[in-house]
Design a protein around this ligand. Structure first.
Ligand SMILES: Nc1ncnc2c1ncn2[C@@H]1O[C@H](COP(=O)(O)OP(=O)(O)OP(=O)(O)O)[C@@H](O)[C@H]1O
Length: 239
């Protein structure tokens, strides 16, 4: 009798549908949506760049967590993702790594475009959470030469606006403070097409909906992805 091997003993190309099902069950991964890519079983099989993989290694992350296994391949395809996982399960790196990959594909910031604002915005409900996200982002962004600025209450808004205008690819902010910064013209989002809402459900429950919409309204509407998720993205276009 031929006994099939466990998925962990198989090369990627040997994985069968049943292996993938067991893999997802083993990691408690479930999903909804169409054309969902396979989760990544380990970092080596992820499509992250060598530089980012080095940064992941330096951070000491030996194995991706289940939310990272499931959502990084989706993020790398520039799909819209709603990721749900318990606290402390590595959600931050799950959205930060695809976001940094997206940024490395864009033209580097230069004197010509650094005053047009960041390439990506992450919104968080509290100052403390924004700080945690900043720490986790800098851990990886540092090695790519990507600059990160946080816009939260309790610090000078003029100073924060000044730091954005000096050029940064990523802004991490609480929605109210970022909207304030935009309304006072301390910063702009003229080239930002990438948004992350951390704890989006809580953000709405806490009444930040109007501020989030205000921030989204400051972003360009010319680079929207097609409404139909099944439509292929144009590789030559920046979304
Ligand atoms: N693959 C990994 N291997 C080891 N440590 C990791 C990995 N991914 C993230 N971590 C670490 O685990 C901790 C928790 O991660 P993170 O803050 O992203 O969790 P979270 O799901 O966002 O939690 P919260 O809901 O509290 O914000 C952090 O210290 C982070 O550096």
């Amino acid at each position: 009798m031929r006994v099939d091997r466990h998925w962990s003993d198989k090369e990627l190309e040997e994985m069968t549908e049943i292996d993938w099902r067991i893999f997802r069950e083993d990691h408690n991964i479930s999903f909804k949506g169409s054309k969902i890519p396979r989760p990544m079983r380990n970092w080596a099989e992820s499509k992250l760049t060598t530089e980012l993989l080095k940064a992941v290694k330096r951070a000491g992350y030996k194995k991706p967590s289940p939310i990272q296994m499931a959502s990084i391949p989706l993020g790398l395809q520039q799909r819209d993702v709603i990721g749900i996982a318990e606290t402390g399960s590595g959600k931050t790196a799950a959205f930060v790594l695809p976001m940094l990959t997206y940024i490395t594909r864009l033209p580097p910031l230069s004197e010509e475009n650094e005053t047009e604002g960041p390439y990506a915005v992450v919104m968080a409900t509290t100052r403390e959470l924004a700080q945690q996200i900043e720490d986790e982002t800098v851990k990886f962004a540092h090695y790519l030469g990507i600059k990160v600025v946080s816009i939260v209450g309790g610090q000078s808004i003029e100073e924060q606006g000044f730091r954005i205008r000096q050029g940064c690819e990523v802004v991490i902010a609480t929605p109210g403070r970022l909207l304030d910064c935009l309304e006072r013209r301390y910063c702009v989002l003229n080239q930002c097409n990438y948004v992350v809402l951390d704890e989006a459900d809580r953000m709405i429950d806490m009444g930040f909906g109007p501020q989030v919409v205000g921030v989204l309204d400051a972003m360009p509407s010319s680079n929207m992805k097609p409404k139909n998720e099944d439509e292929e993205l144009d590789e030559n276009k920046i979304y």
